[in-house]
Design a protein around this ligand. Structure first.
Ligand code: FAD
Ligand code: NAD
Length: 406
């Protein structure tokens, strides 16, 4: 048995981290290296489903699974702990329960909500980020509805939900919330016409950069479900009693609301920034082989990384699609780094983008083809199931997959 095997430490069991550790045993023999995976929770959650858990249209348990169920425990040691710091000089990671040394590090800690320093957002707005934030937002909305009828003086702000940002996260959440509204109103004896769902988007259009015909379809559909859009309007401040929003050069407007949802983008995990890597909004512009510049033994993938699209000369948007593909490249490149061989350059294979608009509607472009309505919604579920299959095979797909296609 080889002594002093190199130590590979993978931080984060998200899409990037899990793809790395499920593929690593193919590229590295038992005697070549020790592999450790560190994650805050003992479960992986589907970040891409958090709009459903947040609106309460899918139970949060449906959106997560145990990490031990998808890794090969004879090859990958799982440590449930929170990463506190990364010390690249001394090649160690500080966890809440002590330090672990590494020879090779893979950072897949994901992203955190970007608040752009806007006053009050951190304190008062609800992000759509993980199981804990989703559970909290869903329960908070229900509490507002439940409280409405208990008070002598009825407060419209309890039934007003403001969503900041109409990127993919904001639009997908609005689709779920609009679908849930009738059930919420039935459960809490509230007239549907009293509920106000307002989306505030700073850009001149929702889903900036997406196909204009599909954007129109999405907006019309959501408006038909009662969503109000304020386009070209930025959230300027958030308080306990609501938000201030405004268009450039116009008087700001106050919207009273007990539920402000912040879906206006993400930045890389702060631990990566704090470790001293050069970064842009917390994301490290990685080399083509996915290593951090100047750190030959550190790979960074997923939302913690930034990878440039050579055609547009702009970064690829952070997606699970890319994180998973990067995981495969990182596993292969670690194998080559340890056993010898030339490292591969990461080549993203973007198959398309689909945004759901509730359970049975969606818009998307897949392999260059525009889709809307049922075909798009069908495709979205295929994509969700495919990601389960890639990480946990048929068993996980059958257990957690989405099969209610119509
Ligand atoms: P993540 O999957 O976020 O995983 C990070 C992991 O690190 C988590 O397990 C977390 O618990 C762990 N972690 C974090 N901090 C610590 C710590 N300090 N210590 C230990 N562990 C820690 N992308 C798509 O391609 N398609 C979609 O349809 C899509 N839909 C989305 C819908 C929503 C509502 C959102 C919010 C995002 C969506 N995305 C989608 C984007 C996608 O979810 C992210 O790009 C993807 O999750 C990034 O993967 P990752 O591996 O970098 O990080
Ligand atoms: P995003 O950056 O894509 O969109 C954020 C939106 O918020 C933008 O339209 C921006 O103009 C707006 N905004 C910013 N500041 C604002 C302000 N002060 N007031 C009002 N609006 C403001 O972020 P996201 O939607 O959270 O998505 C994050 C990443 O996850 C993206 O890469 C996205 O592609 C990916 N994602 C993909 C899917 C999918 O493929 N179905 C779903 C969700 C998220």
């Amino acid at each position: 048995m080889a002594l002093n095997k190199p130590k590979i430490v993978v931080l984060g069991a998200g899409y990037g981290g899990l793809m790395t550790v499920t593929r690593l045993p193919k590229h590295i023999g038992t005697n070549d290296a020790d592999i450790t995976l560190v994650n805050k929770h003992n479960y992986h959650y589907e970040t891409t489903w958090m709009h459903e858990a947040s609106a309460g249209t899918l139970h949060h348990d449906r959106c997560r699974y145990q990490i031990k169920d998808v890794i090969n425990e004879s090859r990958v040691k799982f440590v449930q702990d929170t990463v506190k710091a990364i010390d690249v000089q001394n090649k160690k990671v500080t966890l809440s329960q002590g330090d672990i040394p590494y020879d090779y590090l893979v950072i897949g800690l994901g992203a955190v909500p970007e608040t752009f320093g806007i006053k009050g957002l951190k304190e008062f707005a609800f992000p759509i980020a993980n199981i804990n934030t989703s559970r909290q937002l869903k329960d908070h909305i229900e509490l507002q509805f439940a409280t409405y009828n208990t008070e002598a003086e009825k407060r419209p702000d309890r039934l007003t939900i403001v969503v900041g940002g109409a990127g993919f996260t904001g639009i997908e959440f609005l689709g779920e919330l609009a679908n849930r509204k009738p059930e919420l109103c039935r459960n809490y004896d509230i007239d549907e016409s009293l509920v106000r769902i307002v989306c505030v988007e700073a850009a001149p259009t929702v889903l900036p950069g997406f196909d204009p015909e599909l954007v129109d379809y999405a907006v019309q559909y959501l408006e038909s479900k009662g969503v109000e859009f304020k386009i070209g309007t930025a959230v300027q401040e958030c308080r306990a009693d609501g938000v201030t929003v405004g268009k450039k050069d116009e008087e700001p407007e106050e919207i009273k609301s007990q539920t402000v949802v912040w879906a206006a983008g993400v930045r890389g995990h702060p631990i990566v920034e704090e470790a001293g890597f050069e970064n842009m909004r917390g994301r490290v512009k990685v080399n083509p082989d996915l290593r951090a510049p100047g750190h030959d033994n550190v790979f960074i993938l997923g939302d913690s990384s930034l990878f440039i699209n050579e055609e547009t000369e702009r970064p690829y948007p952070p997606t699970a699609q890319i994180a998973m593909q990067q995981g495969e490249t990182v596993a292969k490149n670690l194998g080559r780094l340890i056993k010898g061989g030339q490292l591969e350059e990461f080549k993203p294979d973007i198959k398309g983008t689909v945004a759901s608009l509730g359970e049975h509607n969606a818009v998307g472009v897949v392999y260059g083809r525009k889709l809307k309505g049922t075909p798009a919604s069908f495709m979205k579920k295929v994509i969700d199931n495919r990601s389960l299959f890639m990480i946990g095979g048929l068993g996980l797909t059958l257990k957690k997959g989405k099969f209610k296609f119509f």
